[in-house]
Design a protein around this ligand. Structure first.
Ligand code: CAA
Ligand code: NAD
Length: 309
């Protein structure tokens, strides 16, 4: 077959490897990111199953999707409210939910994982899914900071495993980082690129390196803003105003940290400071650690650096 001539497949390869056109998508994790990814996939005509640990979490996720879709529809169909309502209903019809990943993965062309930023938990999930999923199913992680190859190592489908890194809020942010490991096949990588484009996003190709492109720049910047404040060199309010008005950023670093989630920021920093303990860019922040230990995780808990409205 022609594609084998340009296929990069240094891991497990099988006859199941082919260019998969992605129609059925399973998203695991119905938090900020998973719900957003489910929304854009459903809005672009994909059939989506959103999986989380309880029906209550899933109900909340679907409610969030509905709220976000209304905001999108209000803008997109400003002069045609009926078309907006039609878009809302059709998109919601494309979303189903499940608390049983093993059965939800049947019939899925792609799994996108957006659960907690913890290597062991992600490996456990993918290890289980690998046993239940059809051979052609591609697996992708939305991890912010963990090596894709480490997550993939829990499976026997290294050629059909990659990274799809979305940005928060998913319906508004236009970028997707597509990450290939040394074992990801060219067909899988192309399928992930094409899927990202089918969502109306712009993909960039990334290597499997810490933080890929955006977070490798954004996370050290955010941490330095926190340390600058800890050194007494500026209030968080002034630092946020400075970066918005002086650098044109839509949010200041403290607002953005609250928006992303302080737990996620800390998970990223803990991982990187363990890997490179002497790198000053990855030095710990007492203030961040204190807020997380107090359960002040930002927007999702109502308080982080700031109280949310
Ligand atoms: N769903 C749908 N529409 C939304 C939305 C959402 N979740 N959030 C914002 N919008 C749209 C709405 O149309 C909204 O208008 P309405 O309030 O009338 O509905 C419009 O955007 C403007 O929103 P806001 O007035 O709330 O505020 P804003 O103008 O500042 O825009 C923002 C919001 C798009 C989030 C903008 O502030 C922004 O771009 N912030 C930076 C976000 C960013 O940097 N994200 C990357 C984080 S890092 C990451 O994601 C990677 C990682 O691994 C951690
Ligand atoms: P979140 O805390 O909002 O949501 C995580 C969801 O995963 C929760 O609903 C939780 O119940 C669920 N979950 C946890 N373990 C599970 C399991 N074993 N099976 C099924 N569901 C499970 O987190 P988030 O902010 O959406 O982040 C999710 C992932 O996306 C993380 O890897 C994070 O690093 C990454 N990410 C986050 C952002 C961001 O700005 N928050 C941006 C890009 C990538």
């Amino acid at each position: 077959m022609a594609f084998l001539s340009h296929q990069v497949c240094r891991g497990f390869c099988s006859s199941a490897v082919r260019n998969v056109v992605i129609k059925q998508v399973m998203i695991v994790g119905g938090g900020q990111m998973g719900a957003g990814i489910a929304q854009v996939a459903a809005a672009t005509g994909h059939s989506v199953t959103l999986v989380d640990m309880s029906d209550d979490i899933l109900k909340k996720a679907v409610k969030g999707i509905e709220g976000s879709l209304k905001r999108v529809a209000k803008k997109k169909f400003a002069d045609k409210p009926e078309a907006g309502e039609d878009f809302l209903q059709k998109t919601l019809q494309n979303v189903s939910t499940s608390t049983d990943p093993g059965s939800a993965v049947q019939g899925s062309d792609l799994v996108v994982e957006a659960i907690v930023e913890n290597l062991k938990v992600k490996q456990d999930l993918f290890g289980q899914l690998d046993k239940a999923a059809p051979a052609h199913t591609i697996f992708a992680s939305n991890t912010s900071s963990l090596p894709i190859s480490d997550i993939a190592s829990a499976t026997n489908r290294l050629d059909r495993f990659g990274g799809l890194h979305f940005f928060n809020p998913v319906p508004m942010m236009r970028l997707v980082e597509v990450i290939g490991t040394s074992a990801t096949s060219q067909e899988t990588f192309d399928s992930l690129l094409n899927f990202s484009k089918s969502l109306g996003k712009t993909p960039v190709s990334c290597k499997d390196t810490a933080g890929f492109i955006v977070n490798r720049l954004l996370v050290p910047y955010t941490m330095e803003a926190i340390r600058l404040h800890e050194r007494g060199h500026g209030s968080k309010e002034d630092i946020d105003i400075a970066m918005k008005l002086g650098a044109g950023y839509p949010m200041g670093p403290f607002e953005l940290a609250d928006y992303v989630g302080l737990d996620t920021l800390k998970f990223i920093m803990d991982g990187w400071s363990t890997l490179e303990p002497n790198n000053p860019l990855f030095a710990q922040s007492e203030l961040l650690n204190k807020l997380v230990s107090e359960g002040k995780l930002g927007k999702k808990t109502g308080e982080g650096f700031y109280k949310s409205n």
